[in-house]
Every structure is written in structure tokens, then in C-alpha cells.
Design a protein around this ligand. Sequence first.
Ligand code: IFM
Length: 438
Amino acid sequence: MAAAEFSGELPPVHFPPGFLWGAAAAAHQVEGGNIHNDWWAWEQAGRVKESSGRACEHWTRYPSDFDLAVSLNHRAHRFSVEWSRIEPKEGEWHDEPVQHYVEVVDALRKRNLEPIVTLHHFTTPQWIASQGGWNNPKIVDAFGRYVERVAKALKGRVRFWATINEPMVYVNMHYLEGIGPPGVRDLRQAFRVTEHMIQAHALAYKILHAHATPDMPAKVSIAMHAGFFVPCRPWHPLDRMVATLTDQVFNVAFIEAITEGRWIAPGIAKVRMPQAKGTLDYLGVNYYGRQFLRAGKGGPGQWVGQGCNLDHHTRQVTERTGMGWDVHPQTIYHILLRWKRLGLPMFILENGTWMDDDAARWRYIARHLYAVGRAMQAGANMLGYCVWSLMDNFEWAHGFGPRFGIIEVDYATQERRIRESGRKLGEVYRTNRLDPTP
Ligand code: IFM
């Protein structure tokens, strides 16, 4: 889709009635007091500049936070369950947090918000992290036991599940870049962790389906971070090769494993993984921006080649977010048309930005959403759209500086203030209609 297709002369896009409009968040980023996971231990060890601490106190404030979402015409909400609250020590199961999440789901349903439940969003209980975490094959069954508890407790209450949030970002961040626990930079471990995540997803899929009920059939996916890798020097064959290979490992391999039951093992040889075949009911897509890659000695943080800080891309990269990420709404259109070939419905489980200027945030959201609408006109079967995020929150290694919320949080007082971007998005959610934004 060419940039001109975003011009003001274009017609509005319309979304179907029942489209699941919402926002997303994750336990450790908003709840506060998640003291039994590896991120907490990492924070306490001073490996990041700020600790998640009380975060947004969403653990207790969720009812009023959901009221705000309703006031903005939301119809869905994505949140994650914190494994380390339910099993803070190996084999020591706590019912109270399980009951809490049942109440969270009931609070959503009472407000006509469709719950979308993530089971792993970057945090892992410290007890298993200290035994090697996702690098230890034992984690697959351990994860299964936890999922079993959650599935039983939420039986008949939840339709949409995301087993693992952005598995490949998790692997990148924690096992290649080393900016999250355990802070490893090792390609071999990165592959092993990926393999365990595929197995854990497949097991969770079976458990969630076993607990589904006829009136609440399970729809299970991962939340896939849809990377879009661009050769830094488009004319350079090695840069092109690096971009293609990274796409293969980052985007294609996990999806092929959970649809076809084939996985690229260390050494890039295909191996069969029959238990994972067909374990995807819809595709959850997270999209933020493109990444530019170039040939060079593969360093920590990349599967192959090197990342590029975009500084010299003054022509291709016309706008950047507060995180320094590229802004390129057309890409979400191409991504959706690419994955349409799976023949599955898709759901944007995350899209949004941190911009100092809220008008720029709205422009980012509106342009991406418009591209989603155009993709739907071109045949992409979309279930809904969740903006990241309902409110400002703890952005992992970056602490509380980045503000992704459509609702501002004053961390000193825990006051919430709806941003203008949130109100404008709420109007789209109410009317199912969006005009193009130049
Ligand atoms: O905050 C994160 C989230 O946890 C996973 N997806 C990307 C977001 C913004 O960086």
C-alpha cells in the first residue's frame, strides 16, 4: 500500500458491528507488588533503573480502571495472569490469586468487556527461573500445571486466550540482548528457549480446549510480535539475506511450528514437532514498527547480522516514537495480508505508542487503525483491535519513563487522566468508523 493511500481524499473505513475494540495490559506492568517473579528479582538486584514497585496498583484498582475503559466505549480487554502469584514456590499453589482473576473476569463480563487472557507475559516465577527458567525443559510441564489451574478456574468464562506474549521478543530480550532476566546472550539457549515455548504453547492449547465448554469454545493463539525486517542497504545482497533469515527465524518458524508441526532446530535443520501442529485458532498480532538490519558480525541482540539505530535513514524513516522506533503504518497492512494466508481470523492484540505529544500518539494510532481497516477491505478477517495500552505502565528495562497509555497515570497519587487520544479512539470504538488521517 503506497503512502498516497493515506491521503485525505480517501473514504472512511467502517468496522463491522461486534468488532472487539479494547485495550491491552500485562500483570507485571500494571498490578504492582509482583514479588515472586524473575523480573522482580532482576529489579531488586539493581539490573534496571527502576523497580516496578506498586506500578499502577491495578491489582486493587481494576474495577475503576475497567469503568474508564467502558466510558471510552471499549468492548474487550486483554490482561495477563501472573503465574508467580498462583505458584510462588514450586508446588505451592495459592487459591486467593486464582479467585482474584475469576473476579477480574467477572468484573469485565459485568461491564460487557470481552476478556482476552494472556498466560505468560514476560515474567516467570523465580523458583523455576532459578532452575534455568525457559532453558530448562522442565518448564513445559510446569507451565502446563499452572495453565490447568487457570483453565479450570475460568472454565465457562473465557473464550480468547493468548498462551505466550511475543515469544520471539521474549527470547530476544532475555536470551539475546540480555536486557531482562536471566540476562543471557547466547544463540544456542535462544533456540532451546524457543523450542520450549513452542512445546508449552502446544500443551496449553490442549489444556484450554479440554476445559472449554460448548457455550464458551476456546479460541487460542499466541500474541505474535509481527516483526518487519528491512535491509538497511536495500541494494546490498548480504543485508537482504540478513533480513530474510531474521524474518524466517523471528516470524515464520514459530508460526510454522504451531500450524504445520515443523520447527527449525539449532543448526537450522527442520525437525518434526507433531504435538504442536494445528494449535492455533486465530492469530494474535502485535505491531509497533519496522526494524532495519545489516550484514556484519552477528552480535548480542540479533539472530543474524546487526540492528541499525535508524539515524542515517532520513528518507525511509520519516517519524520515530519516543522509544526511537520507526513509524510506518502501511506495514501493518502488509503484515495482515501476509498472514491472511493462514486462513485464520486475526486479532490485533497490541498496537500503540509512546509519544511526548499526545496529538502525535493519536496520529500514530489513527493511521495504523486506518491501515487495519484497509487490510480488512482487502480480505483480512479481523476480530478486533486492542490498543497498547489502557494506561501508562512499567516498560520493563525502560522503567516508568515511556508512557504508552491512552490514560495517563500520575504515579505519585495513582490518579488517572484520560488522554485526548483515548477519547478520540473511543469515538471510533463507538461509531465503528474512522476517517483517514493525513
Ligand atoms: O510494553 C510492551 C509489552 O509488554 C509487550 N509488547 C510491547 C509493549 C511496548 O514495548
